[in-house]
Structures are given as structure tokens and as C-alpha cells.
Write a protein that binds this ligand. Structure first.
Ligand SMILES: C[S@@+](CC[C@H](N)C(=O)[O-])C[C@H]1O[C@@H](n2cnc3c(N)ncnc32)[C@H](O)[C@@H]1O
Length: 231
């Protein structure tokens, strides 16, 4: 009965995130939701899904609440004006926690906080940081999270890594420091994007090294060893 709902259009980055959400993800947290576009899309795309909207800015959460009323989506949603590191997860059902559009360093501390709070729950996350992707990956590795899948997205002249990860240990699907699947091109376009994104990272960390920042040698070495697999 999806014709009851007005479909929400997403840009490429949010659309890729939405693609990684499956029919079995019935409890979804749209953290740092801002306008709530992603969560609203997920509610209209799947009729039995429940979405929790979280943002720390009251006026944004008020606006999302109004949207939910206007679109008749209140019964399958809840809004919270809280820090995303403090999610009140109350059921035993599997939970999917989405965090996108904040720096990888902040994202790392939010994920670490949630994972410390719920050591016995099986949680999955879709993460799409703005920069600091190595910091985030280092934290996920330290927490012994495992990789489900990872992608590279290009939108408005910028590259974004999107990954779906689990807090359950799985030795065969470890998260790598610099990414793996994102460098495997499967067509001329993704080959071009992988090359450009790698080049961008190298240039960024070259500049950081020139300004004497810590730990940049290590990261630069890592990026220099990446081999892009042509299709
Ligand atoms: C740029 S928006 C991202 C919106 C959307 N997730 C996206 O990717 O398009 C970042 C949002 O994160 C919220 N935010 C930042 N830190 C937060 C925190 N610790 N807890 C909850 N929300 C936070 C801000 O208020 C802002 O609305």
C-alpha cells in the first residue's frame, strides 16, 4: 500500500545507505538525522519498519516530529532529542543503527559509547563518515567489529565510504584500516572513482605530513600500498 505515502527522494549518498538496509531490518535508528530524510524514506519504503529518529538539536527533532504527523507515520516511529551515544534500546529485537554525515572521529566515539552500553546485544551499523575514515576504521578494529560490506559513493564532487558492520567478531570478515572492497573496480566508472579517491587521500595526507601532524606517515604508507584492481 505504498501509494499512501509520498515517496522521499534521496541523493546518491543517502540512496546507497538506504540500499544497504534490508527487509529484515525492522528496527532502525537514524542517528544524527537532521532533516530526517533518510528515516522518512525508510519508513515509506517498508510498511512494517519502525524508525527511531535521533538528533541533539531540539528544533530539528521538532521539525521531524511534524513531518511524521503530516505523513501519518507516527505509529511506526519515535523521535529523541538526545546524544547519539546514549540510545535507549529497549527490545531484544535486532537493531540497525545508521550514522551518517558527521566526522569519522565523532562517529567513532558514538559507536564506542553505544557498544560499551550494550555489550550483550547483537548490533549492526551503517556508517558513512565525513572525513577521518581511518580513525573510524581503527576504532571499529579495536572494538573487534566485523565487516558486512563497504562501498565508495561519489556525490557533488566528494567521495564517501559507506560500510555496514556488526559488533560480532568474525575472523574472516575483518575491517581493514584503509578499506578493501572500495578499491576493487567493477566497471570503468568505479575504476575511475577508485583512482581519484585514492589520489585524493594521498594528497590530503601528504599535506598533513608537510604540516607536521602526527601519525600521517603511517596512513600515507598504507594508502601508498593500495593497489586498485581493474575490472
Ligand atoms: C550534516 S547532518 C547529517 C544528516 C544526515 N544524517 C545525513 O547524513 O545527511 C549532522 C547532524 O548531526 C547532529 N549531531 C551532531 N552530533 C550529534 C550527537 N552527538 N548526537 C546526536 N546528533 C548529533 C547535528 O545536529 C546535525 O543535525
Amino acid at each position: 500500500m505504498s501509494h499512501h505515502y509520498k515517496q522521499i527522494k534521496l541523493g546518491k549518498r543517502l540512496a546507497k545507505i538506504a540500499q544497504l538496509v534490508t527487509d529484515s531490518d525492522t528496527q532502525v535508528w537514524d542517528c544524527c538525522c537532521d532533516h530526517g530524510l533518510l528515516g522518512l524514506h525508510l519508513l515509506t519504503a517498508h510498511q512494517t519498519r519502525f524508525v527511531h529518529f535521533v538528533d541533539c538539536v531540539p528544533s530539528l527533532i521538532d521539525a521531524v516530529s511534524e513531518q511524521l504527523v503530516a505523513r501519518k507515520l507516527v505509529s511506526r516511529s519515535r523521535t529523541y532529542c538526545i546524544d547519539a551515544g546514549n540510545l535507549p534500546i529497549s527490545t531484544d529485537a535486532a537493531q540497525l543503527i545508521i550514522i551518517a554525515g558527521v566526522g569519522g572521529d565523532l562517529m567513532a566515539s558514538i559507536v564506542a559509547q553505544i557498544s560499551r552500553q550494550y555489550p550483550d546485544k547483537s548490533l549492526e551499523f551503517i556508517l558513512c563518515p565525513v572525513r577521518h575514515q581511518v580513525d573510524l576504521r581503527d576504532t571499529l578494529r579495536a572494538l573487534q567489529f566485523s565487516l558486512i560490506n563497504e562501498h565508495l559513493v561519489f556525490e557533488n564532487g566528494r567521495y564517501y565510504e559507506v560500510m555496514r558492520v556488526s559488533n560480532q567478531i568474525n575472523q574472516t570478515r575483518t575491517i581493514t584500516r584503509f578499506g578493501e572492497a572500495i578499491w576493487g573496480a567493477n566497471g570503468a566508472e568505479s575504476y575511475h572513482h577508485a583512482i581519484a579517491y585514492l589520489q585524493q587521500n594521498k594528497q590530503h595526507f601528504e599535506r598533513m605530513r608537510a604540516s607536521d601532524r602526527e601519525n600521517t606517515d603511517d596512513i600515507l604508507n598504507g594508502y601508498n600500498q593500495i593497489k586498485i584492481t581493474p575490472f
